[in-house]
Structures are given as C-alpha cells and as structure tokens.
Design a protein around this ligand. Structure first.
Ligand code: CA
Length: 234
C-alpha cells in the first residue's frame, strides 16, 4: 500500500507541508503536491495517482469542480479535506463520488487512518504482494514495480537489473558469488557473463547509490562476489 501514488492538493503551504511530511514519515514516498486545481489536474494526467487528497477551498476552482474534471478521465479514489459547516453540507448533499472526507482541523493520524482504509478498500488484492520494497539510504527500491525512486524521480530497472537485485535481496547482508548471480539471471548457460554482470552492477549503482563510485549498498567483495546492504522500508 505504501507504494501507492498520492496526489495532495492544498493551497495552504503549511498544511500541505505538514501532511506531506507526515505521509513520508509513515512510509509513503510517491507524493505529488499541488496548490491549485490547474496544476493538480496536470499532475493527475501525467502521474496518474492512485488516490487524491483534495482541499475543498482552492484559489482557482473549488475541490468539487476539480473532482468533476478528474472524473472525466479517472476513477481514482478521492478524500476531501473540508472546512466545517457549509463544505460539509455540500459534501454530504452532492454525492460527488468522493470516497471519504475529513473535517479541518484534523489530526494527521486520523487522515492516515482514513487514507489507509480507502486504499485497502479500493486496492486490496486477494494475493499478498510478492516482491519487496526496501531502502538504500535515501533511495527507495521497489521490486514490485521494478523501479528505484530517487529524489522523487522514478528510475525504471531493466529486466536484468531487476533479476540481479532480486537475487541479491534474497541474500541481503550476505555475500553472493558472481556465479550464483549469473546463474539466477542468465540460467545454466551463464558461464562467461561475469563482465556483463559488472556492467549491470555499475548501472544499478548509478540508480541506487548516492555516490556510485563509492558504493555503500551494493558492495563488491573482491574475489568473492557482491553483497547488498539495505534497510527494510516501513
Ligand atoms: Ca484551502
């Protein structure tokens, strides 16, 4: 669930930053923010978020009109942030297809619980996710969607890089021989792939490491193989 893309639309910078910070602390890392409905709409089209948190009172157009515009091309779940009173009445009366709403002022914890409830209701899959998400320092490696998220940028992993990382992750904290990795990636005909493996390792480091020339997560253990040192994502 924590790998879901969240769009947060709130024009008050302090509230926006507070919510964003809280979501990040809770382990969400794909958060897109907007302060008006124009840029929110553009983000919706480009990033295709999985869920949106929309403030009702926005400078250009209110959250209800924004939702109507979103609904012309997206069915994603929406949670409104509303001021007590009039907004709330309209929310209840209009039946706009929002999944939930929360009345300001609210506790971040409460927003989180409602967000998780909506995400679970909409996206819960009958089979548990098979591939893990982990952290390499500031970078988040999402093996489920085969990407590294680096400074908010999503860097896709190639099929080979993905296979190498899966093998290393299964044995994280331990040395994995080049032979074992090659076999996992290229199968039984993997003889002679050591140099190719080195090239792939270098490309993975460019995505994973803060300084690819001084790796601290994907380590070379001279003469033996490689070792992945990472943290579990929450
Ligand atoms: Ca507002």
């Amino acid at each position: 669930m924590k790998n879901r893309k969240i769009l947060l639309v709130e024009d008050e910078p302090k509230i926006r930053e507070m919510i964003e910070l809280f979501l990040r602390k809770e382990g969400f890392y794909r958060i897109y923010t907007a302060g008006d409905s124009g840029s929110a709409l553009a983000l919706c089209r480009h990033e295709k978020p999985d869920i949106a948190i929309l403030d009702v009172m926005l400078p250009d157009q209110d959250g209800f009109s924004l939702l109507s515009a979103i609904r012309t091309f997206s069915d994603m779940p929406v949670l409104f942030l509303s001021a007590r009173g009039e907004d709330e009445d309209r929310l209840l009366g209009l039946g706009l297809g929002a999944d939930d709403y929360i009345v300001k002022p609210f506790l971040p914890r409460e927003l989180m619980l409602r967000l998780m409830a909506v995400l679970k209701r909409v996206y819960a899959s009958p089979v548990p996710e098979q591939l893990p998400i982990f952290r390499a320092g500031e970078q988040v490696v999402d093996l489920e969607s085969a990407a590294v998220v680096r400074e908010g940028q999503e860097l896709p992993l190639t099929a080979k890089e993905h296979a190498i990382l899966i093998k290393l992750y299964e044995n994280r904290g331990r040395i994995v021989t080049s032979d074992a990795i090659c076999q996992a990636v290229w199968g039984d005909d993997s003889y002679g792939y050591e140099n190719t493996l080195m090239v792939h390792i270098r490309r993975i480091r460019e995505k994973l490491e803060a300084d690819p020339s001084k790796p601290v997560h994907l380590l070379t253990v001279r003469g033996l193989g490689y070792k992945l040192v990472v943290q579990e994502a929450r």
